[in-house]
Design a protein around this ligand. Sequence first.
Ligand code: DWN
Length: 393
Amino acid sequence: MTFLNLGEQPPANALLKDEAQEETSYPLALCSCPTCGLIQLSHVVRAELLFKEYFYFSSVSKGMEEHFAVYADDIARRFVPENGLVVEIGSNDGVLLKSLIGCPLRILGVDPAKNVAETAQKNGVPTLTGFFDEVIALSVRKEMGPASVIIANNVFAHVDDLDTVMRGIGILLDDNGVFVIETPHVASMLANLEFDTVYHEHLSYFGIKSLSALFDRFGFEIFDVKRQSVHGGSIRVFVRQRRDKCPPPSEMVAEAIRIEEHEGVFGPNRLESFAHDVAMLRVKLKGLIAELKGKGKKIAGYGAPAKGTVLLNYCGFTTDDIGYLVDATPVKQGRFCPGVHIPIRPPEFLHADMPDYALLLAWNHREEILEKESRWRHAGGKFIIPIPRVEIV
Ligand code: DWN
């Protein structure tokens, strides 16, 4: 059942070198399985088009660096013996693994984006460039032995052929090993109207029930869940091989499923009301921007996140509405947001230009950014927060 249609859009991270650059758009819509509640894109864009050169570097956000450092420490203490092997799939710039450098264990990142993997290597994180699959799993197991822990953060939702990844996990993970994934929680997406997290990189929108159905097919089970606030509300899911004499799963597993049922993840009416509320949010946001423009106000965008591309294109904003975006990621600066062709500049541009408003496209970093931009705010600058509701702060 297709329930949300965001139109034809370009890949969210396909930032343009110049406005004349040719770009391709693809259908961007969500459909759902009423049985396990798995929500997926209706159209798949080939991974090679999306991930070979990548513009997202997790370490740009200090909040995310702190998040992953605490995460890594927790995992290492609980699950990794002396000299144990920790492998991270989709390790990006090494933002998690770099905090384990110097610990009495071994680390290895795997990431398909050559440019990002090179940054990880410079950060001291050994990184294989490629899409994790059975071939890489066999090669790593042969060379380094089984992994005590395999981690996959904000990547499981990006994979089309999950069977290959799961078979690779089965090959590489030690019999007593733990597979840990962190991924946005579909219940949070629905509850907070996070429609802009729907983009071609995100093929699946998981909950515990849908993940359990997947893991069960490969002899794995979820034994613990920790809810996280990052990326609009995520779940950190702890997975083990199903064995006799295992302690029972934590109560948090059943609690997470109850939350999904409460949020109506499995109910077609709820999904349709989500789509309706998204359409209403667009009307409100477009109306506010038009009102402010009518009063002669200057409006910029803050952050050039993937989700920002979706929101700007879904609302049909142009440079007449949002003059430019600012983003602290060096490789994004000087490029243009795909589809809407809004230029991306360094944050210093905002401090010089002093717009009246900034649409906070990176709303999931609200605290960090409002703190960082306190001087601009004290000088009169105001943020327009689009999600979970349109508000000015
Ligand atoms: O799944 C994914 C999530 C985890 O990260 C990836 N597919 C892509 C990416 O999505 P995103 O681009 O929406 O993530 P963020 O973390 O919301 O992007 C924030 C953007 O804002 C980055 O481009 C960095 C920028 N930023 C900034 O300019 N100043 C961020 C902070 C915190 C800042 O202070």
